[in-house]
Design a protein. Sequence first.
Length: 131
Amino acid sequence: MMNHDRLLTGKRILVVDDMESVCKQIARQLRQLGATDIELANSGSQALSMLATGRFDLVLADWYMPGMDGLELTRRIQQDRDQAGIPVVMVSSESRAELISRALDSGVQAYITKPFNKTSLGSALAPVITS
């Protein structure tokens, strides 16, 4: 098994989830993978505002959020000339294969089913970060 403890060193990451406790839990696991520059957003619209003011290397977004969901956030990021190259990873409790396929078809770089641990998070993010 690969050690991903330094996987995210030097990366600026945006975590988007309407539940603050989930944002904090994901941030804690990202820190265990070497991340130190982590911003939290509680909605898709807040995430877009934050993306407009600074460069991020990675976005982790929940699928189901009030207002703008994770798929719409992904579409908006891809349509923005300055943000189109930022990989988006969907983090969701949704585990139905057809919906995961839909998310991946919409341009999400990886899909992580909640709940997850540091090891599975690192394994899912490694190909996204190193590509």
